[in-house]
Design a binder for this molecule. Structure first.
Ligand code: AMP
Ligand code: ZN
Length: 117
């Protein structure tokens, strides 16, 4: 399948891996927007949050199980998890991924959306 993140999981495209188990792969974002910026992905190809269903939703739980462990390992007790679903939300890679962000004090409000209009 012509999917960037499937290729990363397969090792066809290099990545800086920070965590891997049977279900989940996690690696550093190539263009970090926070001191900790890690992408956590299910190994199974799921195109977006819109494609989560009764058969595959347990993989999302695996992602969140991994997130806490990874953040702790990275020294971040406080963190934010973001999923962009669809073009307007800024999803550029069509393989479900969760941004794990931390290492900085983050704001919360309309400006934190990075609105473009
Ligand atoms: P999104 O915009 O939510 O689809 O997130 C895609 C993320 O993938 C962006 O933050 C990119 O910086 C990141 N990204 C794209 N290509 C790579 C790559 N080869 N290795 C690591 N991160 C990548
Ligand atoms: Zn994929």
């Amino acid at each position: 399948m012509d999917c960037l993140f499937c290729k990363i999981i397969d090792g066809e495209i290099p990545s800086t891996k920070v965590y891997e188990d049977e279900y989940v792969y996690a690696f550093k974002d190539i263009a970090p927007i926070a001191p900790m910026h890690i992408l956590i992905i299910p190994k199974a190809h799921i195109a977006s949050a819109n494609d989560i269903n009764a058969e595959n939703s347990s993989l999302v739980a695996k992602v969140f199980e991994a997130a806490g462990k990874i953040a702790k390992e990275q020294g971040c007790e406080s963190y934010r998890i973001i999923n962009n679903c669809g073009d307007d939300a800024g999803q550029t890679v069509k393989h479900l991924h969760f941004h794990l962000l931390g290492g900085v004090k983050m704001g919360w409000g309309p400006e934190s959306l990075g609105r473009t209009e």
